[in-house]
Design a protein around this ligand. Sequence first.
Ligand code: SAM
Length: 293
Amino acid sequence: AYKDIATPSRTKEILKKHGFSLKKSLGQNFIVEPNILANIVDAAALDKETNVIEVGPGIGALTEVLARASKKVVAFEIDDRLIPVLADTLSPYENVEIVHQDILQANLAKTLEASGVDVDERLMVVANLPYYITTPILLHLLEAPLLIDGLVVMMQKEVAERITAAPGSKAYGSLSIAVQYRMQAEVAFIVPKTVFVPQPNVDSAIIKLTRREKPAVSVKNEAFFFEVVRSAFVQRRKTLWNNLLIHFGKDDQTRERLTAALAEANIDPKRRGETLSLEEFARLADCLNDKKL
Ligand code: SAM
C-alpha cells in the first residue's frame, strides 16, 4: 500500500520536494485529512464500473482515492506547475488521466472520448472545487452535452446553501433553480476549515447532486424558462411585477400581456421571485410564452 497524500506530513513533503508554493488566486486549499476523502468517495457510491471527472486535482490527494475506487479518473488541472507534481505522486495509478486545461474551456465529451472513457457508463464528477469559480464550473458541467449521473463536490458552505435552498428562504435564487431543475440537491456534509492547507476563510460543505430521470418541471421552452427565472431575481428586493417590467419592457402592450399571463398562471404580481416554486416559475414562463413575451 502507498502512503496517503492527504496527510499534513506527506503534503508538506511533496510541496517541499517540488519547491511548490500555493497560489491563493487559483483557490489552492489542499485537503490533508484522509477521512474526508473517504466520506466523499462513499457519498459518490463509486465502483469499478464508474468513471470520474475531477476538477482541480492539486497534488492528487483526492485523485488517488478516486483512482482506487473507480474505473477511470480524468482530472482537469489549470496550474502547469502541478503537472510534474501529479506525474510523480500519481505514478502508481494507471487509471488516471491528467488533462492540463482550464475546466471552463474544456470540451468534456471530446476529452473523455479521447481518454477512452465510454460515456454510456456511469459518470460522476467528484471534486474539491476552486471556490472562486464554483458557480461557473457547476453551470459548465450541467450544460455540457454529456450525461453526468451525479456530482459530489466541495464548495463554500454559503454557495452550497444557495444551491440546495427551498422557495421562500433567503438563499433561494436562480442558482437553486438552475441546479434543481435537472438535479436533486442535498448537502452531504459540513466540513471544518481545519482539514485544509492553508485553511480557507470560509466554511465548506460537500453537496451531492443526483440527476433526475426527467427535469423537475416540464416547460414549453427551456431557455425562456431560465430567462424568466433570472429576470425575477435581478433585483431581489423588488416585486415580481417590477422585475418583469424591467426585463420585458414598460409599454402598455407589455403591461397588458404581463397582467394576463400572471392572472392565467394564478400568481400574485406583488410576490417576490424568491417565493415562487419551480412549478410556479414553469407555469408563469409557459403563460408568458403563450402571450408572445
Ligand atoms: N483536489 C485537491 C485537494 O482536494 O486537495 C486540490 C483542490 S483545490 C481547492 C482547487 C484546485 O483547482 C487547485 O489545484 C487549482 O489549481 C485548480 N484550479 C483552479 N482553477 C481551475 C480551473 N479553471 N480549471 C481547472 N483547475 C483549476
